[in-house]
Ligand binder design. Structure first.
Ligand code: S3P
Length: 158
């Protein structure tokens, strides 16, 4: 059974996944490779809906493996994905408050997030709010990550 990490942008999904298994699958990295361009360019040229379609296909494939999977923050937007995630035994929600995540994302110069750069802080906060119930609904475990080190988070998961 796959171990899937979910949560909003900046919640540390990839960092925690790497600590759980150095051979973890990073969905965003895999999609970037598959799409042949950075996500920010794909969003600009093909739109979010096209991205969600590819993301959904990949999720379905990966859930039949027993790997550690780091998802993109928008994985819960699709109802089909939510059903798949809810049916998976180990879907772990890394939860943090908006301000903590906003500060982390703003400080992250390496990862350009299309939905972050295209929105005002207010709209980004509304996006955050709109997803919280979905993460909670599909999670088998919820970990509050603000103020914790990756190591502490791992200990709670294991
Ligand atoms: C997205 C989050 C990103 C990436 C894409 C869309 C979102 O992943 O999948 O930019 O809709 O929340 P991270 O959560 O890894 O930043």
């Amino acid at each position: 059974m796959a171990k899937v990490l979910i949560g909003f942008m900046g919640s540390g999904k990839s960092t925690v996944a790497r600590l759980l298994d150095k051979n973890f699958v990073d969905m965003d990295a895999l999609l970037t490779e598959e799409l042949g361009m950075p996500l920010v360019d794909f969003f600009a040229s093909h739109g979010e809906a096209a991205f969600r379609k590819r993301e959904s296909q990949l999720l379905r494939e990966l859930l039949s493996t027993d790997q550690v999977i780091s998802t993109g923050g928008g994985i819960v937007v699709s109802e089909v994905n939510r059903q798949l995630l809810a049916d998976n035994d180990q879907t772990i929600f890394l939860r943090a408050d908006f301000d903590t995540l906003y500060d982390r994302i703003a400080a992250d110069k390496e990862n350009q997030r299309p939905l972050f750069i295209s929105k005002s802080k207010e709209d980004f906060n509304a996006l955050f709010d709109s997803r919280q119930a979905w993460y909670k609904e599909v999670a088998s475990q919820i970990i509050d990550v603000a103020g914790k080190s990756p190591q502490q988070i791992i200990e709670e998961i294991l």
